[in-house]
Every structure is written in structure tokens, then in C-alpha cells.
Design a protein around this ligand. Sequence first.
Ligand code: WTA
Length: 557
Amino acid sequence: MSAKEINEIKAIAGSYNLENYDQVKDTFEWEDAAKELSYFQTGKVNAAYETIDRHVEEGYGDKIALHYINGDERKSLTFNEVKHQTDHYAQVLKDHGVQKGDRVFVFLPKTPACYISILAVIKIGAIAGPLFEAFMEEAVKDRINDCKGTVLITDKELVKRVPQKDIPSLETILFAEEIDALPQAPAKESLVEWVDLEDGLIIHYTSGSTGKPKGVLHAHRSMIHHIISGKWVLDIQEDDVYWCTSHPGWVTGSVYGLFAPWLNRATIVIQGGRFKAENWYQLIAELKVTTWYSAPTAFRMLLSQGEIFKEYDLSSLRHILSVGEPLNPEVIHWAWNNLGLRIHDTWWMTETGGHLIVNLPNEKIKPGSMGRPFPGITVGILDSEGNELPRGSVGQLAIRAPWPGLMKEIWGNKDKFNSYFLYEGWYISGDLALQDEEGYVFFQGRSDDMINSAGERIGPFEVESKLIEHPAVSEAGVVGKPDPIRGEIVKAFITLRTGFVESEALLEEIRLFVRKNLSAHAAPREIEVVDELPKTKISGKILRRKLKEQELQKLHA
Ligand code: WTA
């Protein structure tokens, strides 16, 4: 590193507050993180209590817990108010017979009610199943059916996308508007259900390369991981205004949009509405956001809008983080040159429940690298037999298991769960990476067919299954095609049934069919009609790898 770079880092580090990190980083044990939580003293465990109620009990009830902003709408709630509303929702759930361990789904747009619903479910010991607001019928149905959700909290608009008759386990649908309108009785007793660290907390559905999305279940113990990574990686400080742009239906939106900041008593920002560069910059300026957690696609979209950021006062920003897909050095340089801040990349997965590879704010960043292992985390780069490879080699990115945030199970699917632990003692991520001499990890791609578009995981199988339900489609193979803004886009190769003729209109109809039934983010942006699809000789399975190779060759030709 040049002297200039070192000085720059020192200058930035001055504004970070890694309280006690320097003293403990070499001797850190997860047990130390547990000490940050009140359950360590009381022995009583509930993540919703630690997230909100605890702050009220400790005298921070009047602190602003959230700012909500959507178009012209503005609302702020204190920790007192969030506790009160969470109790109210929890009471309604109890009145409807919800019990410990029940799966209660939350299908709401990014509003305070969404966050409050999730916490209410957790408070009474049930398992929260947050659903992304853009999911369509099929996606909603598959998820609730998989873990037999009994209750759903939604609103009058989104309920139109809930195919109730196809979800036999669903007993009750509650509307946020109606819960809000009910008179709020002062709670007679605490509604907190004390549970065990191993009890279920939240279930997130996520794609792999085969089959439908899997239900990744996390336990209350994850909060140990959340609180300490919130402190050290997000660097949350008392006066921070913290904005994570993800919806709680995705793991980033729940873990780092809700749990980690609120466990650390931060004021969070909840923003509704769609992405628009002007609105995002306006939000940062108006709410004086200090800490901003987003994804490379969003940064690239902002970057592509040119200089409009100059019209906004973004001087409140102190710390920027990124997750979900490879962060290109170009974006890091843009932020450094224009905002005077480095973007700190973080790597983790739905299954890992929290940050594993990070750029701590006071340490050197190597653009192109995802960072270094979080304290207490050991990375291994493994060959195809599970042997560790020397530094500098490309191999399977694996992590020594366990750690507190690690998933508890894949709902109803032991085999799938076990497939992450093929080699004794290691969790296998499915990513390929190399680690350099200084411990920095560089992402090299996936070892399977999973697609990552705009930071969202898309399983090709789910899209292919939907495509072949369209009457015109005979067979389908779906791959990720490199894209300058979204990282990858979903590209489908299809063969047509006899009697159908390729046309723009037909392809658009097929695309809309996936969009309407599955979800917008999984709908192929490109569809190519081919005479036949490459297949394995023996089993006749479609060779996505071949399709991808051909696509890459076309791009480089
Ligand atoms: C990818 C999101 C490159 C990776 C929290 C991983 C990344 C998958 C990064 C998990 C990063 C995540 N650089 N790729 N910093 N972070 N990924 O479950 O392929 O939605 O396996 O979790 O996203 O996606 P998931």
C-alpha cells in the first residue's frame, strides 16, 4: 500500500467507532458477542425482546426507532411506539390462537407494519415467514405450503396474489389495515414468550440450482451473530441513521434491515416505492442518513445516472456497505472520487444467517475482493475432495462450521441440509473463490447453475418449470447472462411446440406469463427460440452449462 493510501485509511478510520474491536479481535469468541445481549444475564431468550423491548426498559423509549418515507408520506416512530404496536399485533395473533413454533407469514410492502408484524410473530414464539412484496401467486403458494403456514398477515391489495384455496394449511388471514384500526388494549401482561436459543426465529425461502426454493430456518441464537456484526461491520453508533435498501422478504432486509440495527438500537429508515435515483439521493439528504447498506446493481444504476448526485447534500454519509453480488472496483472508485467514501463489501448467504467475509471499516480495502473472514470465522478453499488448497488457488469457498447465525435446518429436507456439509466440519457455500496471502477473499463464480440477477438468487429450475407450463413452450433451459448493470440477467432458451411460430408477441407473452405467475425478478429478460436444447446423453437432462458456454462465447466474439 502506498503512504497516500495508508493516510487515507487512517483519515477515514478516525470516524469509525469499532468499540473494543481492536482489543478483542485476535481473541474473539462468539461467547463474547453473547455478552452483548441481555439474555446472557437473565437466561431468558427472545430476539424480539432484545430488538425493541429491551431498549424501552433501558430508558431509550423516546429515541426514534424508524423513519418511514414513501413518496410524500413521512412517519417516524419511537422505540416506545414500536413496542406498543408490536404488542398490539402480538395480542391479535394470540387472540387468533397462534402458538409457539407456528409459521406465520408476512406479505406486506416495505412499511412499518411489515417490520412490526415480523417482530410480533417472533415475540410470541412463532416463526416469521416474510415474503417479498413482488411475489406472485405461485411463489406465495409454494412457500406457505412448504412449511404449512397457518396464519398470514397481509393487506387488501397484496391478498389478491394469495391463492387461498390452494393453501390448505392457511387458517387465518389478517389485514394490517384492520389490525391498525382495532382499539389497542393496554397489555395486561408481557406478551414475550421466552424460548430456547435453538427455537425457530425466521424462515427465508431461497433458490438453489435444483428444485423449488428451500425454506432456510434460522434460530434465535442468530441474534448473537446479528448484534456483533451490526456493531463491527455496520459500525452502528448512537446517532446513526441507518438505511438498508432491501425488503425484509430477503435475508439482507431482515438480518441487516431489522435485527442487526435494532439490536444495536439504531434509528432505521424504511423506504417504500420503487427505485429512482432522485428519490434515493433525496432520502439520504433529507433524513441525513449516515450508514447505507445496498447492492452493486443499485450502485451501478446510480452511477449510470451521471452527476445528479451533485444536486443533493450527501455529506451526512459516513459508511457505505454492499452485498449480494460482485462489487466492481469501478463502483468503489466512483464512490471514493465522488462521495469521499469507500464502499465496504460483505459476503454471506441466506443460509449463513450473518456476515462471514467482510471489510471492517478501519481496515484496508482491496477493490475486487469481498474482504476478510469476520473474527471467529475460518475460511477454507477446498478442492473437489474437500482438501484445503494453498493460498492463491481457486476452489470451493467453505467455512468452518458452526457459528451462531448458521441455519438450523432446511424445512422438511434433511438431505438438502446435509448436502452443505459434505466434508467433515465444513459448510460449503457453492461459491468459488481464492484467498490471498493477506487473507482477502476474491469471488470467482458459482460452482452450480444458480443465477444472481441484481443480487437476487434465482434458481433456473423454478423458471424452467414455469416456462413449460405455457402452452407454446415444449422445453426450456435457463441460464444467467452477464449484464453490465444487473450482474446477470435471466436468459431462457426454449423450443416451441408444433403449431406455434416464433414472433415478438409470443415471446413477450411468455415472458409476461412467468412475470405474472412467479415474480418479476425471475422472468427472463431474454428468450431465444432454438430447434433443440443440448442434453446429457444418458439421462436426457438439459445441459445448462453448455447453453451458458455458448452464450459467453457469443459475448466475447
Ligand atoms: C452471492 C445474500 C459476490 C454469492 C446475503 C452467494 C456475493 C449468494 C456477495 C448468496 C459478494 C453474496 N460478492 N457475490 N459480496 N455476497 N454473493 O442467499 O454467490 O441471497 O452465494 O444472500 O450471493 O445470496 P443470498
